[in-house]
Design a protein around this ligand. Structure first.
Ligand SMILES: NC(=O)c1ccc[n+]([C@@H]2O[C@H](COP(=O)([O-])OP(=O)(O)OC[C@H]3O[C@@H](n4cnc5c(N)ncnc54)[C@H](O)[C@@H]3O)[C@@H](O)[C@H]2O)c1
Ligand SMILES: O=c1ccn([C@@H]2O[C@H](COP(=O)(O)OP(=O)(O)O[C@H]3O[C@H](CO)[C@@H](O)[C@H](O)[C@H]3O)[C@@H](O)[C@H]2O)c(=O)[nH]1
Length: 327
């Protein structure tokens, strides 16, 4: 298939692009390099530097590259914490950019779409692990923006026959030997912890230790980026028979912030000092996925179920790329 990947110079998009190419698909990447890196885009992919805010330019791209079979939409503002400080970047820009993309794609006849959605749809889960039928309560403007895009897709399906899957990732992490997580500023827990191990930060700050969890720190479900990539490819290849789907994607096991730091100490052999700070607004206490639906419907199986192997894969990339793609 000829797949358009928005955000394909970013962390998850670039690794998924490489996996798509390995599976025999053709990849066209659109990225404005706001967070992405040109060097992360696989050399076999076509790269177009463009901003989804520019609908005219998007139309020109679809005209220049006819016959796109499907879209994987990763490009987004992505941070829960930032969305509590700059809500309109999320509520306006994330939604408008997705709307531009969908409108142009539909006009060009594209009818397959995979959305990077999020666990942040579930701020107050009644049951853990969280299944797809859990009540949706976005935890932040970020989560709300993804929920709105999910609803947009629903109407595009009803009105234009769009086939789509919303993949609600829990915490993406881990790297491959060639590509890794390199954000500026970095806000995600695992890369921050590894920057401490590299001597680039004096310590990691734990955002709150008074949550109702086993050690007082937040529990998250950490899923390897290659397992996310395989879910995207399986879903894209199955969309014609699936129609309209939402899948929660995680390992089904939760780890506290303290457990992540402890595992990173074991993997790196570094003491990784940690200090406790205040809670970060927008963070729910516990997010753990039930991924039974995608396992049953698509035969998806995570290849990296344990935290130690996930952190080891991230450590390998960070150790060999201490300054990320700038090395
Ligand atoms: N990292 C996670 O744990 C996680 C969890 C759930 C969902 N997600 C979602 O997955 C997707 C990818 O996340 P990531 O961690 O790889 O983020 P990322 O920031 O590494 O990648 C996003 C890419 O999109 C590009 N981009 C942003 N706005 C753009 C625009 N207007 N036009 C063109 N390109 C633009 C950026 O330059 C970047 O390369 C996002 O949609 C995010 O919300 C991520
Ligand atoms: O310096 C840090 C950074 C993070 N945390 C905590 O570590 C956990 C994980 O945080 P982080 O790695 O920033 O990920 P999340 O905020 O959980 O968000 C990610 O996971 C969401 C789904 O759960 C996605 O939607 C987002 O895009 C993605 O950024 C949270 O409890 C944070 O409070 C710390 O204690 N200290």
């Amino acid at each position: 298939m000829r797949i358009l990947v928005t955000g394909g110079a970013g962390y998850i998009g670039s690794i998924t692009s490489a996996e798509l190419i390995r599976a025999g698909h053709e990849v066209i990447v659109i990225d404005n390099l706001y967070q992405g890196h040109r060097a992360a885009v696989p050399p076999e992919a076509t790269f177009i530097q463009a901003d989804l805010a520019n609908r005219q330019e998007l139309s020109e791209i679809f005209a220049a590259y006819p016959g796109i079979d499907g879209i994987m939409h990763f490009a987004s503002y992505t941070l829960v914490g930032e969305s509590m400080e700059k809500p309109m970047l999320y509520l306006r820009d994330n939604v408008t950019n997705a709307g531009n993309l969908l409108e142009v794609a539909i006009a060009a006849g594209v009818r397959r779409f995979i959305l990077s959605s999020t666990a942040n749809l579930f701020d107050q889960p009644e049951r853990i692990p969280i299944a797809e039928h859990e009540r949706i309560v976005p935890g932040s403007p970020y989560g709300e923006s993804k929920f709105f895009i999910e609803r947009m897709l629903h109407w595009m399906a009803r009105i234009y026959g769009m086939r789509y899957a919303c993949l609600r990732y829990f915490n993406a992490c881990g790297d491959t030997p060639e590509r890794g997580e390199d954000h500026d500023p970095e806000t995600h827990l695992i890369p921050i912890v590894l920057q401490v191990a590299l001597g680039q930060r004096p310590h990691v700050t734990i955002f709150g230790d008074d949550y109702p969890t086993r050690d007082g720190t937040c529990v998250r479900d950490y899923i390897h980026v290659l397992d996310l990539a395989s879910a995207h490819i399986l879903a894209m290849e199955a969309l014609d028979r699936l129609g309209e789907r939402r899948y929660n994607l995680g390992n089904g096991q939760g780890f506290t912030v303290r457990e992540v730091i402890e595992t990173a100490r074991k993997v790196t052999g570094h003491p990784i000092p940690a200090v406790v700070g205040p809670r970060r607004p927008g963070d729910p206490a516990v997010l753990v996925a039930s991924s039974e639906t995608i396992r049953a419907e698509l035969g998806w199986q995570p290849r990296f179920p344990d935290l130690e192997s996930i952190i080891a894969s991230a450590w390998e990339w960070h150790r060999t790329h201490p300054h990320g793609y700038d090395d």
